[in-house]
Ligand binder design. Structure first.
Ligand code: GAR
Length: 189
């Protein structure tokens, strides 16, 4: 399975995918990593592994993913031979035409038990809501915000004294197990 990864930040989930590939737990290859943030550490991680990288030019928009940029992203992924797209901390909403280029083959990792706490900083949302349990979800991307069909989920407890940082760190441990397993599961269908 040839993967393309889109990320805006640290890229620890992409690293977990690479580690699972190295360990023989995931039969895949990352062909390209793209980011809307030229300074994102995910690009550095990819370069270190000799993975092709690229910048997604969002035309100065802070949160929007303009249609031309989505077209360019689809073309770049297809040119790299990508069969499945993994959003890994990518903070813009994917719409057509990118969705149409990879039907039912774009995955996202979300730091909550969807449909609970969609959107940004879901670990903070969980703390503010006072729930005793949250988690991580890998789902297929559709036109909504964090609404597509769930592939895998893992529960994570909220512990007394948790801060936003400690809870997010615990969720990320679950994410790093979950993402490679979800890719393997989707690849087998
Ligand atoms: C992850 O926790 C991911 O679930 C979250 O961003 C973080 C990226 O970490 N994504 C979202 O909140 C999407 N709504 P990473 O760059 O280290 O993989």
């Amino acid at each position: 399975m040839v993967l393309g990864v889109l990320g805006s930040g640290s890229g620890s989930n992409m690293q977990a995918i690479l580690d699972a590939i190295d360990a023989g737990a995931l039969d895949a290859r990352i062909a390209i990593a793209l980011s809307d943030n030229p300074d994102a550490f995910i690009l550095e991680r990819a370069r270190k592994r000799g993975i092709e990288t690229g910048i997604i030019d969002c035309r100065g928009f802070r949160t929007k993913f303009p249609e031309e940029a989505q077209q360019e992203t689809a073309a770049r992924l297809l040119a790299a031979g990508v069969e499945m797209v993994c959003l890994a901390g990518f903070l813009r909403l994917v719409k057509r035409p990118l969705l149409d280029a990879f039907p039912s083959r774009i995955l996202n990792i979300h730091p909550a038990l969807l449909p609970a706490f969609p959107g940004l900083e879901s670990w903070k949302q969980a703390l503010d809501a006072g729930v005793s349990e949250t988690g991580a979800t890998v789902h297929l991307v559709d036109e909504g915000m964090d609404t597509g069909p769930v592939i895998l989920q893992e529960r994570v407890p909220v512990l007394p004294g948790d801060t936003a940082e400690s809870l997010h760190a615990r969720i990320q441990v679950a994410e790093h197990r979950l993402y490679p397993a979800a890719i393997q599961k989707l690849a087998a269908t």
